[in-house]
Design a protein around this ligand. Structure first.
Ligand SMILES: [Zn+2]
Length: 268
């Protein structure tokens, strides 16, 4: 923090003390973060260990705003200032509630994390919020995501939106794969994407072998329902009952219905 910021911070704290005295017990708890936000002093970052190595995580009063890979704090804060126009200050650890939520999310448990997605377009936000719905240990194609948000023609735009995900890993854009089934690109590169998927129990090589063999869907000849191969329902199909399909048209022509959980196609 430079001298100007230190002075601003000291002024802000004095102001908050004064307001507390004026308002007595009624002073709103969020007043310091609000003032710090006004002064551009609210955004902080902390280091985090993850399945794809060390990360830097930035947050403010609106939520988690950015995730960077590596330990180069200068590059991270410069990139943040360039993209969001706000300075970042280091903090050794996040507030306890946020720290717990992130730890739980990375361990595959359900945990609510607030995100600061203010800098994104409505389309980019819709894309990222849909990606959050994909369960850990499962993948879906770009085309699926485009269709789910009501923009079936916007497959390429979905790819771009995921490529601009400011909070990778926490918003799991690594769970979206190419529509031909290959793992594809990632904000942090293909190798990191494979590592993130492997950490969730998936075998990226297996996913790609299946894709290269032309297998897009797994189905059960007892339920006559077809799924994306990583869907939890598909993974329960035992080998003697496993049927594979190269397209949803082929599955439907054979009289199979799409799974209601992974929604591999619009029910017809
Ligand atoms: Zn399914």
């Amino acid at each position: 923090m430079d001298h100007r910021q230190q002075r601003l911070l000291a002024d802000a704290r004095r102001l908050v003390r004064g307001l507390h005295e004026l308002a007595g017990e009624e002073a709103p708890a969020g007043i310091l973060p609000a003032i710090l936000g006004e002064l551009g002093l609210a955004d902080r970052y902390f280091p985090l260990d993850s399945p794809i190595g060390p990360l830097l995580v930035a947050y403010n009063e609106h939520g988690v705003a950015a995730v960077g890979r590596g330990e180069d704090t200068a590059a991270f804060t410069e990139g943040y200032a360039r993209r969001f126009g706000r300075p970042l200050r280091p903090t050794p650890a996040p507030p306890a509630a946020l720290g717990h939520a992130i730890a739980r999310r990375l361990a595959g448990e359900r945990a609510e994390i607030r995100f600061d997605l203010r800098g994104l377009s409505e389309f980019e936000r819709a894309t990222l919020l849909k990606a959050i719905e994909i369960p850990r240990g499962e993948v879906r194609p770009y085309a699926w995501l485009a269709r789910e948000i009501g923009r079936p023609g916007a497959v390429r735009a979905v790819g771009s939106a995921l490529g601009r995900n400011p909070v990778p890993l926490l918003i799991p854009c690594h769970r979206i794969v190419r529509s031909d089934g290959l793992i594809g690109d990632y904000v942090f590169g293909n190798a990191a994407k494979r590592a993130a998927l492997a950490a969730e129990g998936l075998v990226p090589d297996e996913i790609e072998t299946r894709a290269r063999a032309g297998v897009r869907f797994h189905a059960s000849d007892t339920t006559r329902i077809y799924c994306f191969p990583t869907c939890r329902n598909a993974r329960r199909i035992t080998a003697p009952h496993l049927i594979t399909f190269a397209s949803d048209r082929a599955a439907q022509a054979a009289g199979y219905r799409p799974c209601k959980v992974c929604r591999p196609a619009i029910a017809s």
